[in-house]
Ligand binder design. Sequence first.
Ligand code: GLU
Length: 392
Amino acid sequence: MGTPEVSGMVSKRLQEIPASGTIAISNLVSQMKSEGIDVVSFSMGEPDFTTPENIIDACCDSLHRGFTHYTPSMGIPELREAVAESTRRNNGVPCDASNVLITPCKQAIFMTMLAFIDPGDEVILADPSWVSYEACIRLAGGKPVYVPTRYEDNFVLDPALVEAAITPRTKMIILNTPSNPTGTVIPASTLKQIADIAVAHGIKVFSDEIYEAIVYDGKHTSIASFPGMFENTIIVSGLSKSYAMTGWRLGWAIAPKDDIAAINKLQSHSISCCVSFAQEAAVEAINGPQDSKEAMVAEFRKRRDLALDLIEDIPGLECNVPQGAFYVFPKYEVDMPSAKLAEALLRQGHVAVTPGTAFGPGGEGFFRVSYAASEDQIREGFDRIKRTLAQL
Ligand code: GLU
């Protein structure tokens, strides 16, 4: 499952970056399936639901009305307004439409790093963290500085360790709550401590809130909602996970106007704007009925509980209780690196998981299961994990 070799013509910058671990496994699963192998895939963090009908209708309607041209690079005004309004209302972030750039969430992460990180700048992030932060930091010439989190602490960042990791080169702290890969929700009190540290040291916070709607216990808190923090934060979020819209590639960045203008400069030189008719459908997603979203979150909660029950029944596995997103990150006992274990599960057991080390060195000894799959698939997949582990 290694990274394909790149040719000598490829830039040094890129040669030093591995391909995305999540996407690599997903590609391998597609290949195995095309060969007729029945694989249960827990690898990709994507809802198995289809996008709700009202959103699809709005998209078709937009297409039929001929809304098929470029839009302003910042996005259509109605969508920027809808995003600002819902972020103000749901998360208490003091933003308006002028603070919103419509852009795919991953693109927002990539552009933000290019816009704010100079060669040698340091960026603090939790270990483990989602796969592509490190790549984006490195592509911008920055240095990722991992702050370890512990299974015993439910993978919550320790503000004292964050502060201890700060040097004169620290430019940014990346937060992701609820977290991919651990499902951890950072408590509001911890976020407040990190906010105070960031302000005291003049460091920007980059807050990835893509799983904001998928919180099982309590409510999502955005660090930008604390007094004075909006000026210091860049939020990214989007529709992929909350509305089962991964294929639409639509999200946003929210930040002070000057920061948004900087990111938009990159957008204007890269993708120009997001897909026009998808933007009109997104207005319907945000302003239309929310019952499908709520039903999907309720279903994810049931599946989380099922996954945890099944893990409890597997010798050599244990898992913390995630409070959000749709991942479990079990700890395993078998003496094998997580990349090898994931390979064995896939090749021998025909069940795809993501190795913990795809998310940073602290992921060794763990693997990630995305339980955004049907109940039957979850039962079958964990059964295969159990049987394969017993053979190793
Ligand atoms: N964010 C999802 C995941 O972690 C989708 C794949 C990706 O963007 O890495 O599986």
